[in-house]
Design a protein around this ligand. Structure first.
Ligand code: ADP
Ligand code: MG
Length: 234
């Protein structure tokens, strides 16, 4: 298993210490989710069901109230904030609905940004940014600014940026949410290719057409697992 949630609960409290909302888990019951290396998983569920909370825990952006979270063999629930953020930078690549590119930087520089924080030198940054952009079919756009690209191309730059640190998991929250359907298809096929090359992918989506293409669909309801099914033929 590359990632394993065990009896995870996340509760938000009011200032007086009483329970505001049980976002993940209910009472004594937590959520278990074991993700094998290389799996392509969709997380689904109605608005408010706990998808983002679970994704934030999986992505080491947040810690559970209780339970264990093993990522690539380490227990993230026990790390302090600084360790957690360093570990996140090494292990996780994020893609969001918004591309969040820096307009003043070139495509290549945007992709190299996460390496800057890992104190990797300029030559290696450049080499890996180019390698990453080639993976998403943008090796010929290195010097462009984000505004000179289409929405689909900008999302591919964001995917290249997520891959540049060579993460063990790619996490995508509605990655096609801002794109028209043809462009969304192209992005899904980039993600599908990464999966075929062995990348573990966790994607939050509302769209059944998208989740059908994943290997497994993990559905939440009111913070608990509603269903966890493998797609036939995937
Ligand atoms: N920071 C927060 N403080 C208080 N309640 C929160 C916070 N984040 C999420 N929640 C609540 O937790 C529940 C699950 O939210 P969320 O994980 O964002 O669901 P989803 O992504 O499925 O829409 C919701 O009831 C939401 O209002
Ligand atoms: Mg959400």
């Amino acid at each position: 298993m590359i990632a394993e949630l065990r009896a995870i609960r996340k509760t938000y409290f009011k200032p007086d210490g009483s329970v505001l909302v049980e976002a993940v888990g209910r009472g004594e019951i937590g959520v278990d989710l074991a993700i094998p290396r290389g799996q392509y998983l969709a997380i689904m569920g109605a608005s408010g069901s706990g998808k983002s909370t679970l994704m934030n825990i999986l992505g080491c952006l947040d810690k559970p109230t209780s339970g264990q979270y093993l990522l690539d063999g380490r227990d993230c629930a026990k790390m302090d904030d600084e360790d957690l953020s360093r570990f996140r930078g090494q292990k996780i690549g994020f893609v969001f609905q918004a591309f969040n590119l820096i307009p003043e930087l070139s495509v290549e520089e945007n992709v190299a940004v996460p390496l800057f924080y890992q104190h990797i030198g300029p030559a290696e940054r450049r080499r890996r940014a180019i390698e990453s952009l080639e993976l998403v079919g943008l090796g010929n756009r290195l010097g462009h600014r984000p505004r000179e690209l289409s929405g689909g191309q900008q999302q591919r730059v964001a995917i290249a940026r997520a891959l540049v640190t060579r993460p063990v998991v790619l996490m995508a929250d509605e990655p096609t949410g801002n794109l028209d359907s043809a462009t969304g298809e192209a992005i899904l096929s980039v993600i599908q290719d990464l999966h075929a090359k062995g990348m573990t992918i966790v994607m939050v989506t509302h769209d059944d057409r998208i989740s059908k293409r994943c290997q497994r669909v993990f559905r939440l309801r009111d913070g608990l697992i509603e269903s966890d099914t493998l797609n036939p033929g995937s």
